[in-house]
Write a new protein. Structure first.
Length: 372
């Protein structure tokens, strides 16, 4: 029997780490503290230290990490936030959730990252924040954004949901902007066994606001609410699991880079467009996204080889029905729209076994040969 090949699978990793994960669960359940206890505090300190940042606030998921960070940075109703449509929908959902308006710029046709040359052209007097996405595991070009933010008095928020441990010119993702939002959704480079998120910042006041916003708006238990907030706490069990997994993060990064290296080797002489790494970037390969002009035929033919792949993401956010009222007509972001029809993801996760990967490489090669 051949097993269907999945784009993501954590079960090999689970087998490997089971004792440590179960010990994490046991530790929390027997601690007497189930909410905002020592595991959340410990993870926050360790994740901040991993970044060389002053603070980390654990929250319930990556979307709310963005929502709370936007609010803590003073972004609210009617403000404009510059971002990309070539991202996971939650980036834009979070902007909408605080009542702000996304202003999209297009992306580079080779790296698929924010085209920072377009940012100055969409700034208005309502612009409050720049929100680049470190898509698929590599950093957007932060230097020009830092410069624009300084010149125009804008906040800079990094969407790091796909880029744990990524670096640009040696600097770790999440430490250039005023704050950075992380997701620990299970598929992410650092994933919990359920939902989780965090905001990293070195600004004391932003961190203090985040801690109030995730706790109804209170500075501590039964304290007065000055600005009504949310309930967006990171769960104690997920935090303790994340502490154990954070110790392994550099190992996960190395494993993902090895998977990427094997794809590059195995697919080099095909007509598939492989991921381009921007100069100065250390890619962490949250996703291994390739491109082919006959994408849909390739995916269909791969099914016959029992290889079922995903597209991340098939619909640019500005074309989704829930955002059509923003008025971004089809054709307004041509590179983003063209990419959406050509990209697809090959299996990528730290526990991907070489024989499974070889099966994928062989299937892709034979499908491409049939099509050409
Ligand atoms: C996953 C993701 C999010 C949202 O994270 P959740 O934990 O699923 O809420 C936000 N932005 C990007 C770019 C993501 O990939």
């Amino acid at each position: 029997m051949t097993m269907a090949t999945l784009v993501w699978d954590y079960l090999a990793e689970w087998e490997d780490e089971r004792a440590d994960i179960m010990d994490a669960v046991e530790t929390v359940f027997s601690s007497g503290r189930l909410v905002l206890g020592p595991s959340v505090a410990g993870f926050e300190r360790e994740f901040a230290d991993y970044h060389g940042a002053a603070h980390c606030a654990g929250v319930d998921n990556g979307t709310n990490a963005l929502v709370l960070a936007l609010r803590a940075l003073g972004v609210g109703p009617g403000d404009e936030v510059v971002t990309v449509s070539n991202t996971a929908a939650p980036t834009v959902v979070a902007i909408d959730a605080v009542g702000a308006v996304p202003k999209f710029v297009d992306v580079h046709p080779d790296t698929y990252l924010m085209d920072t040359d377009q940012v100055a052209g969409v700034l208005t007097e309502r612009t409050r924040c720049l929100l680049p996405v470190h898509l698929y595991g590599q950093c957007a070009d932060l230097d020009p954004l830092t410069e624009l933010a300084r010149r125009h008095g804008l906040a800079l928020l990094e969407d790091c949901a796909q880029a744990h441990g990524a670096r640009r010119h040696g600097r770790i993702a999440g430490t250039t902007g005023d704050a950075a939002a992380f997701s620990f959704y299970p598929t992410k480079v650092l994933g919990a066994y359920g939902d989780g998120g965090a905001v990293v910042t070195s600004d004391d006041e932003v961190d203090a606001r985040l801690r109030r916003l995730r706790y109804y708006g209170m500075a501590e238990k039964y304290y007065v609410v000055e600005t009504p907030g949310h309930n967006s706490r990171l769960d104690e069990v997920q935090a303790e699991i994340l502490r154990r997994k954070l110790r392994r993060l550099d190992g996960y990064l190395a494993a993902r880079r090895e998977v990427a290296r094997r794809y590059a080797e195995g697919l080099a002489d095909t007509d598939l467009v492989l991921p381009a790494v921007a100069d100065g970037n250390d890619h962490v390969y949250y996703l291994y996204v390739v491109r082919h002009p006959r994408r849909d035929e390739v995916l269909e033919a791969l099914k016959a080889h029992d290889v079922h792949l995903n597209v991340s993401y098939p619909w640019p956010v500005h074309t989704m029905s829930g955002f059509r009222h923003l008025g971004w007509a089809p054709g307004s972001l041509p590179v983003t729209e063209r990419l959406a029809g050509e990209i697809f993801s090959l299996p990528m996760y730290a526990g991907l076994a070489p024989d499974v990967q070889d099966r994928v490489i062989d299937a892709v090669r034979s499908v491409l040969a049939e099509l050409s």
